[in-house]
Design a protein around this ligand. Sequence first.
Ligand code: ADP
Length: 491
Amino acid sequence: MKLEKINQSSGIAVREEGLFVNGEMRAAVSGATFDDFNPTTGELYARVADAGVEDASMAIEAAQAATRTWQQLTGSERENVLWRAASALEEQSEEFVEVLIDEAGSTVSKARSEVSKSVDLVRAAAGDVRRVEGKTTPSAKCSFSIRQPVGVVVAITPWNVPLTLAAKKVALGLSTGNTLVLKPSPLAPVIAVMLGRVFDEAGLPPGALNVIPGPGKPLGDLFVAHPDVKAITFTGSTATGKYLAGGAAANLKRFGLELGGKNPAIVLRDADLERAAQAIVFSAFYHSGQNCMAASRVIVEGPCYEEMVERLGSRASNLKVGDPRSPETHLGPIINDEQLQRVHRLVTDSINAGARLVCGGTPDPPFYPATVVADVRPGMSLFEEETFGPVAAVIQAEDAADALQLANNSRYGLSAGIFTRDIQKGLKLAQQLEVGMVHINDSPTYTEPTVPFGGVKESGYGREGTGGWAWQEMTESKWITVLLEEKQFPF
Ligand code: ADP
């Protein structure tokens, strides 16, 4: 199941990208580069400057120096930069779509929706610039608090939705007056460097956004220890999140984590099964299941269990897998062979433990078909572990109370869907689910810029969103008082 990797000698044009530091494209200080492969073809797609600790230190220094320039602009000027960046991204959307297909294996429709969501996010954040509010406080004095930027924020992003997740962190950081160092995944570095250039074209002062593709660990260790890094916002795996959170805690850094999920979609006996199947199939197989909100545990009340299994199986079998460039394709490649093998192992382990394969389950590297596995129970790997692949595990529940218990029986708690015609019942379950986000009669894969995006338990902590949700992480509140009357001190 190895992907063939074709190098430059094959004559395929290879893109070259540098680091974006202090408003300039640069090579790494060491001169090192790393290879970025097209996950569909296995061909070398780009050769990218490989940031080391020295480069990261320069990026942090540039970001620190730019805090004054960025913060001294008026609110209107900063808002305009964000607005112009959104427009530039929109104008260049076709180029971004191309890179999302080639570099990240996105289907055409996922790539288009990712670009337009990113534009929307940056615009929503632009609207925040002049709304970062403080509070007046009841007091014997004139007393109030103001919110101030923390300074330099480090954003670490994954490969699956590499543009939107980077654009979100960058836009939320800039709209609250901070400057940033963005470290994208080595599996999707080009799109992040392009985002840096878009903000530069929009008039962002040099150094206010630096993009440094590079390896995780050495750079992460520098970020958590560096005195000028005031906050870290991370989206990625739970294992890396835990490692970084330890370092951040030891150094008292502000830290926000968006991690994995094992998201339940609960189907109650009174649900509209057709609509539920449609929403669940979308969520489970969007970007080949490589989305952190994917409905990977479908928990169905007994009376409609077999019918639901059948509906999911028949919809999943009709999904087209293959070349992400073809507009008819629903599922493109799995990001790499290691991940593909992991997905297949979770499926085969569960089948060996007694689960039933309904459809899919046969790898065709780099593709994995839409797979439905029924009769999954707690303890099976498809129940316990995040799949991050195109697999819907279907679980039978005795009743709504059992469905709730099964849903909460997870170390993760990101997103959930509840399908029912009884809204009261749905709302009650929503309150009891141990997750950060619940959608009644909709796919768990859903977000908007203005919402408190985030999870509980091992899905992380902190909330990302415009309209104040990210202020906890991205700003410091400062309490200020004015003495209005003469005061008697005890000595
Ligand atoms: P995934 O399996 O989705 O790639 P990771 O958590 O490994 O999840 O990666 C998410 C992001 O975290 C990537 O940008 C990766 O380079 C980065 N990363 C991985 N390990 C570390 C680390 N020790 N410190 C900082 N960043 C890291």
